[in-house]
Design a protein around this ligand. Structure first.
Ligand code: IFM
Length: 451
């Protein structure tokens, strides 16, 4: 380990992130409508151990305590998401004032604690009523999203300045519609591709609406990105790498930065039967809408992807292999790829500003007899990733802030509560929150703007 002192630029923003379904609970409280995650988690066999987000961290009732916790850690920003069905229980139309009031109190509480709210509008809990009309596979859901964005930004836009339209459109499209692992649990690749377009379109349409309602707004979108590397220098591995990069990264980045959907991927999807009617879901003006100017790009980075052609019998032996160092999700720990990713985004796409809107790791280390949680692997993970982020800044990347995923252990989707990403431990029996060593270290990093 280098003993070099790392100091971030003045004003660099340190935060943590969560999302509504993963922490709020109160799934049927104060007029909230059903979401696709309520429905999915209540369907037998979908979630490990039959867990649900019905109660989760009970943040809906415990938010004052959670803000006090954030304040104690010295957090400067908090990224959270709004549950669409709390605001518009049927997805559009009738507004549920109690839902708006909940987020209004939360925002006021954060501002009083001097913590800057970063609001994500969509972190996967679509109103079930919209799913019943076709969900994201239907263009009308993109229209409904604009109505929702309008209602929320009108109500909170005087106090919230940082807006993120969507969290991880790749996951929404593929994990939920092609792999069947997330709500609504579909397994149809063609639907997933259509979905990706409607999600991006809804982003493009919502940005000007948010700006209008929230004059000081800084608006962006968050993508989960994974740098692709070839396992060997062979042509076969390079081709797999290019496909992965197109599937995971470029399919989303290219249209957002005005470059249309990548032609190589359109051809590949067509060859695989994923575009049975070509790009018929792309209408005149859509691509211009998607390429709307944004103030920042949010990046969720967890791991790199090593690409190997497993079929070619005469392939070269791999020179790049996954390390043994993996988190409990099985994700390789490889911090240098964060530097590569940030550099690539800056030099290839030139977003005016970048935030790491999520980065973190799942380890289940819990309290010892004295209540101490020595999550040394998480602490090292964060330190190594912060170091790479700092290196990227020194190279000219306009990275303005870092949100650790997650503030506290929470409902990890299909894994239920079995995976713990928090820097704060949660005892789900008592709802006690206990800062882990990584949280105490992070507090120190924030206090010194470095380490
Ligand atoms: O928990 C998720 C989060 O909701 C979205 N990004 C990845 C995290 C860890 O899997």
């Amino acid at each position: 380990m280098s003993s070099e002192k790392i100091v971030f630029p003045d004003g660099f923003l340190w935060g943590t992130a969560t999302s509504s379904y993963q922490i709020e609970g109160a799934w049927q409280v104060d007029g909230k409508g059903e979401s696709i995650w309520d429905r999915f988690a209540h369907t037998q066999g979908k979630i490990k151990n039959g867990d649900t987000g019905d109660v989760a961290n009970d943040h809906y009732h415990r938010w004052p305590q959670d803000i006090a916790l954030m304040q104690d850690l010295g957090l400067q920003a908090y990224r959270f998401s709004i549950a669409w069905p709390r605001i518009l229980p049927a997805g559009r139309g009738q507004i549920n004032q109690a839902g708006l009031d909940f987020y209004s109190r939360l925002v006021d509480g954060l501002l009083e604690a001097n913590i800057r709210p970063f609001v994500t509008l969509y972190h996967w809990d679509l109103p079930q009523a919209l799913q019943d009309e076709g969900g994201w596979a239907a263009r009308s859901t993109a229209e409904a999203f604009v109505e929702y964005a309008d209602v929320v930004s009108r109500y909170l836009g005087d106090r919230v300045q940082n807006w993120i339209t969507h969290n991880e459109p790749w996951v929404v499209a593929y994990v939920a519609h092609a792999f069947g692992e997330h709500a609504p649990g579909m397994r149809d690749f063609a639907t997933a591709v259509t979905t990706s377009h409607h999600v991006l379109l809804s982003h493009g349409w919502a940005v000007p609406v948010i700006r209008q309602n929230s004059p000081e707004a800084q608006v962006g979108i968050t993508l989960n990105l994974s740098p692709s590397v070839a396992a060997s220098p062979s042509a076969a591995d390079y081709q797999v790498m290019r496909y992965h990069d197109g599937f995971f990264n470029r399919w989303f980045l290219d249209p957002l930065y005005g470059r249309h959907y990548p032609a190589d991927m359109v051809a590949a999807y067509q060859a695989q039967g994923y575009l049975p009617n070509g790009l018929d879901f792309v209408r005149n003006g859509d691509l211009e809408a998607i390429a709307v100017h944004t103030d920042f790009l949010g990046i969720n980075y967890y791991s790199r992807s090593i690409n190997r052609d497993e079929v070619a019998a005469d392939n070269l032996p791999p020179t790049v292999v996954k390390r043994d160092d993996v988190t409990e999700m099985g994700w390789e720990v490889y911090a240098p790829a964060l530097f590569d990713l940030l550099s690539r985004l800056h030099f290839d796409y030139q977003p005016p500003k970048l935030y790491i809107t999520e980065n973190g790791c799942s380890y289940s280390d819990g309290p010892d007899g004295n209540g101490r949680i020595a999550d040394t692997r998480r602490l090292k993970y964060l330190r190594d990733h912060f170091t790479q982020a700092h290196k990227a800044i020194q190279n000219g990347v306009p990275l303005d802030g870092y949100f650790v995923w997650s503030l506290m252990d929470n409902f990890e989707w299909a894994h239920g509560f079995s995976q713990r990403f928090g820097i704060v431990w949660v005892d789900y029996e008592t709802q006690e929150r206990l800062p882990k060593d990584s949280a105490l270290w992070y507090k120190d990093v924030i206090a010194h703007n470095g380490f």
